[in-house]
Design a protein around this ligand. Structure first.
Ligand SMILES: Nc1nc2c(ncn2[C@@H]2O[C@H](COP(=O)(O)OP(=O)(O)OP(=O)(O)O)[C@@H](O)[C@H]2O)c(=O)[nH]1
Ligand SMILES: [Mg+2]
Length: 678
């Protein structure tokens, strides 16, 4: 069945890990009859957290799409992971959601996850609401949680409900806009009760706070508010809708996913005030030719599913659409609506609605599928650059190809990690958002692709150079029966700063080395500089000048001169004051003011060289040059120093001489590695 645009709501659940998003989704599905049993995260029985990794870890790792029908409206719910390593999934969900619900806990209110969700919603200019969950728990304190949110996010944060307390326990809720009180049964069904006498003053106060927010939406309502008049339900409803859409109102609800208390009030609001599919700059059009944006890809043993939102027209099976990025025509075969892991086949997905299609040949997350007459890509999905890198290797030697194949499959679902084969360090390096992200990838490699892997710190690509000029002889002479071998060169090695590449020149007088052997000498040197004399790292900024030598009319050959050149290299470089260079990167850290002291002292421990400080968007930006060797765990260290509030970018800038102590350590590490390899 296809729904009219106005009867569709697309919401995503966002917020801090463990605050109750998945459980709220479960409660909504159960309450509305979409499921007949209330699953629990702890038992691994929720509709949303169905992946084996999610069940094992008891956290959400990927978006899951679910839906229910409430008062004739189809509500699509995308549950997102709260753990910061999976923020790419939140970006995907937000791409197609028409509003976000930030789930907070009544135990701790404002937290970093809520701050981040708020920021993402502001950047995406999407309407937002807050659900304060876990009101049934011990130590729950709705009032405190609400106050912390309003303190942080300002007056747009409007109280829609007030808890009726009986001692420490919540007994029911008052809907502030109607000043009605309710109790709820175990399925969340509500019964109206009189507003308790002792709460009347409180309700009047909250109504006033709410009315203040509503009054902000128009001058007419502002006049009415200052005239001391109550708003009519129709005025309230219209103002909430408008206020939500232009983000001047963020309604706050509360309740419990376990007892379904308060969930119906949230659903009423979703149906009555939340926007139907209409996005800024991407007005959803029913009558136009078909187009859809792919917001997620699921690749499992049943095949590949591309989850999409219909942005214009409708999507039916048997359609052929084009992917404007690749120019490929994609045949739409079976289409589905998703209920967690369950896919329910349908014939058509209407405009604004969410669905899934299987077996697309050449389309990925962020791509558009559209009618050939449109052939224009919709805005895609932006991900943050992966900043935590580790070398990945198989536990059983020789399974490197299996890792590469597995990761390539996993990359169909997850565009937030990158693989890189570092030919120089002979390591396969995987970069992701943090340690949990990489850990999940490793588990999936084991469980889905049968390859056990281990992670180790990625080797740093050091370099070597020389600081002094030396003049050395390389002489290769071999007499073995018939033809001998003879090559003899004098080479001047010295530093240069023009290019990392070798500069080779010859100043040979009187034909002591015939011209036709020059290329062999250069070749011998080029092969040699791949291995430095200190720790085997490539030698850069080297100049070599062939100045003299001798030859034998019969025994000299290209091979012999190549060998002579490499002998000169081996003899000369250790005497030319060699040094190990380490890569230096430019770091930009974005942090709230309060962490400045910690960040600076940490940077000095990492041998960082501060380059400047500035402020933007309420954050401090610290810039510094830091050796790359000191940055391997920065992603997780910064997270723990700033409770997840900090972020950073880091880019290679140049090579610099490493301090003597560090050089010594690099040389020792190389020796240890060589001993291990033997
Ligand atoms: N008492 C009580 N516990 C709840 C409630 N909601 C969630 N929980 C519990 O809190 C824990 C975390 O809940 P989840 O629903 O997994 O939280 P989440 O926000 O989806 O977490 P992530 O997916 O990791 O971001 C689980 O053990 C839930 O059973 C609630 O309303 N009341
Ligand atoms: Mg979850």
């Amino acid at each position: 069945m296809s729904y009219a645009i106005k009867s569709i709501r697309n919401i995503c659940l966002m917020g801090h890990g463990g605050n109750g998003k998945t459980s709220l989704a479960e409660s909504i599905l159960f309450m509305t009859g979409a499921t007949d049993r209330l699953g629990k995260v702890v038992d691994g029985t929720t509709v949303s957290d169905f992946d084996s990794e999610e069940i094992r870890r008891k956290i959400s790792i990927a978006d899951s799409a679910m839906f229910c029908e409430y008062n004739g409206v189809k509500i699509n719910i995308i549950d997102t992971p709260g753990y910061f390593d999976f923020s790419g999934e939140v970006s995907q969900a937000l791409r197609v959601a028409d509003a976000g619900i930030i789930v907070c806990s009544a135990k701790d209110g404002l937290n970093v996850g809520a701050e981040k969700a708020w920021k993402m919603l502001c950047e995406a200019k999407k309407p937002r609401a807050i659900f304060i969950a876990k009101t049934d728990e011990e130590n729950a304190n709705y009032d405190k949680a609400f106050a912390s949110l309003r303190d942080k996010f300002g007056v747009s944060v409007c109280p829609m409900v007030a808890p009726i307390m009986e001692g420490e326990k919540i007994k029911g809720l008052i809907e502030v806009s109607t000043k009605k009180a309710f109790t709820f049964d175990s399925k969340g069904k509500r019964t109206e009760i009189p507003v308790p006498e002792n709460m009347k003053a409180e309700v009047a106060k909250l109504y006033n706070t709410l009315a203040e927010g509503v009054a902000e939406t128009s001058e007419e309502l502002m006049d009415k508010f200052f005239g001391g008049e109550d708003f009519t339900p129709a005025e309230m409803s219209a103002a909430f809708g408008e206020g939500l859409r232009d983000c001047s109102i963020c309604p706050v609800f509360c309740g419990s996913a376990y007892t379904a208390l308060g969930v119906s009030l949230l659903l009423d609001a979703i149906v009555n005030y939340f926007p139907y599919p209409q996005e800024g700059g991407e007005i959803v059009k029913d009558s136009a030719p078909s187009s859809a944006i792919i917001y997620k890809t699921v690749s499992d043993q049943y095949g590949k599913f591309s989850l999409f939102k219909v942005v214009s027209g409708k999507i039916t099976n048997e359609m052929t659409l084009v992917n404007p990025r690749t120019g490929t025509s994609e045949k739409i075969g079976h289409i589905y609506v998703m209920q967690g892991k369950k896919n329910i086949e349908v014939n058509e997905i209407g405009c604004g609605d969410l669905g899934a299609v299987s077996k697309l040949s050449d389309s990925k997350t962020g791509d558009t599928l559209c009618n050939h007459s449109l052939n224009k890509a919709l805005p895609g999905i932006a991900y943050i650059t992966p900043c935590y890198s580790m070398a990945i290797s198989p536990k059983i030697k020789g399974q490197e190809d299996k890792i590469a194949a597995g990761l390539t499959r996993l990359a169909e679902e997850d565009l937030t990690f990158k693989i890189f084969n570092n030919a120089e360090t002979h390591q396969m390096v995987v970069s992701g958002a943090g340690d949990i992200h990489l850990d999940v990838l490793c588990s999936k490699l084991k469980n889905k692709f049968g390859v056990e892997v281990e992670l180790s710190p990625a080797r740093v690509p050091y370099r070597e150079r020389i600081r002094n000029k030396v003049r050395v002889n390389g002489r290769h002479k071999k007499q073995s029966g018939g033809h001998g071998q003879f090559g003899d060169v004098w080479i001047e090695f010295g530093p240069q700063s023009e290019t990392e590449d070798l500069i080779f020149e010859e100043h040979v007088f009187g034909g002591s080395v015939p011209k036709n052997f020059f290329p062999a000498v250069e070749k011998g040197l080029r092969e040699s500089i791949g291995r430095g004399v200190l720790a085997g790292y490539p030698v850069v900024f080297l100049k070599a000048t062939l100045v003299d030598g001798s030859y034998h009319p019969v025994d000299s050959s290209e091979m012999a001169f190549k060998t002579a050149a490499s002998l000169a290299y081996k003899a000369g470089l250790p005497t030319a004051n060699p040094v190990i260079l380490e890569p230096i990167g430019y770091l930009k850290v974005f942090i709230p003011d309060t962490y400045m002291g910690d960040i600076m002292s940490d940077l000095s421990k990492r041998r960082g060289n501060p380059m400047g400080m500035s402020a933007a968007d309420g954050m401090q930006i610290v810039e510094a040059e830091v050796p790359m060797a000191e940055m391997s765990s920065y992603a997780i260290d910064l997270r723990s120093m700033t409770h997840g509030r900090g972020s950073f970018t880091f880019e290679f800038v140049r090579y610099e001489d490493a301090p003597a102590m560090i050089q010594q350590k690099i040389i020792e590490d190389t020796k240890a590695l060589a001993a291990e390899a033997e």
